[in-house]
Write a protein that binds this ligand. Sequence first.
Ligand code: IMO
Ligand code: MG
Length: 454
Amino acid sequence: MTKRIAVLGAQWGDEGKGAIIAQLAENADIVVRAQGGDNAGHTFYTKEGKKVVTNIAPSGICFPNVSNVIGNGCVVNLETLAKNIADYSPELYISDAAHLILDYHRVLDRVREKSRNKGAIGTTQRGIGPVYADKMNRVGIRMGLLKHLERLEQEIRYAVEQKNKEFISYGIEEFIDADKLLEQMRPLFKQFAPCVIDTGVYLHHAVKENKRMLFEGSQAAMLDIDHGTYPAVTSSNTTMGGMLMGTGLGLRAIERGIGVAKAYTTRVGEGIFPTEGEPYQNIKGYKRGEFILTDTEKRDLREGGLSDAIIFRYIREIADEYGATTGRPRRVGWFDMVALKKAVRVNDLDSLAITKLDCLDGIGTLKVCTAYQHSETGQMITDFPSDQQELEGFIPVYELFKGWGSTKGIRDYEQLPKETKKYLGFIAETLNVPISLIKNGCGLEDYILMDGLW
Ligand code: IMO
Ligand code: MG
């Protein structure tokens, strides 16, 4: 029996990790976040039909008897944490070595975006980059200080002074007032101080006691600070290595890695996205619910004559591809095996969970990208390059698949349309990773399990 499972994003985030995590969290003893902060948005529905969105709180908060841990690799916005847990009274532990996000990190996130000569990243503006920069510069403020309020206040005052000086160089005239900031933060410090412990020790004992532990990945492989599409990435290690670093556990702690991927691909923010349907500039103004297919387009969708751009506008609406954290319309594209191959390799994934399969229902022709080819020289790339610029002039090479009618309500893999099995089989065989779970709807029951999870 597997006792310790990591669920990791295998694309550019928003793969529907929340639903997979919630399914496992319900029967877990401990749910752990190891990296990232409230840039994440994990959405799922409980048995009672309640919609839950977690950002920094681990997704075990709404299940009874689950202990929730925010590991040392995380960066913590206490305001968000308080909101995330407001409806529950979860058992919660926060690492004394996790870093605290404060107002000035969010201000810096905003202004540093504007001053980048390589162009904006389109961050979630939660202060993630600046707080991790402080950590690496060894000037960060760690959660352990919540137990030593006097020192904490001193350090925050000093940090505010330094950041206000930095603000001048960005031309910001609204300085942070340390007194006001502390006044606003004190109730939160008081609320969360009892949760602060050395989570490394706690988790180590949990492993020894053979507890069921779920490692909740946030963001995704292609947003990893080392392995993603740098510089358009987040500031933490979102891959398996980050799970160990961010919890203080050793090599053998995690027994199984499940990578979550949508049956197509999405991305929010800037950065390369080889299989996207239309230029990012076009979609920025799109609003939820504004796009409806005409009757002719509906026919063409079924019969396979519609342009990629229109197909993805359709998918964006039916799949509600708008950011859970920021509300931004997501960029949509075909399934990209070159990117997935990297996620499988870097995480050494044991299996895949494929989500939103039903969102491809009724589309006449589907494409899966198997390589990138240079439009002039014909050169082929099958390993995602570290340098995004190396993909200039390359276009995706697609394998075409006949679509299918409907996958809704199906609970058994064998019952899926043969075209669906061909599509999924191609992905699993080419990547040489089995698919262990398929989501074909947002409801808790809308899944096909191919392999016991725990
Ligand atoms: P979950 O866990 C999708 C993206 C941002 C931006 C880049 C850097 O819900 O999958 P940051 O604020 O982290 O400095 O932004 O990373 N990004 C995400 N995209 N899902 C997420 O989390 C993301 N977290 C960050 O859009 O492009
Ligand atoms: Mg998300």
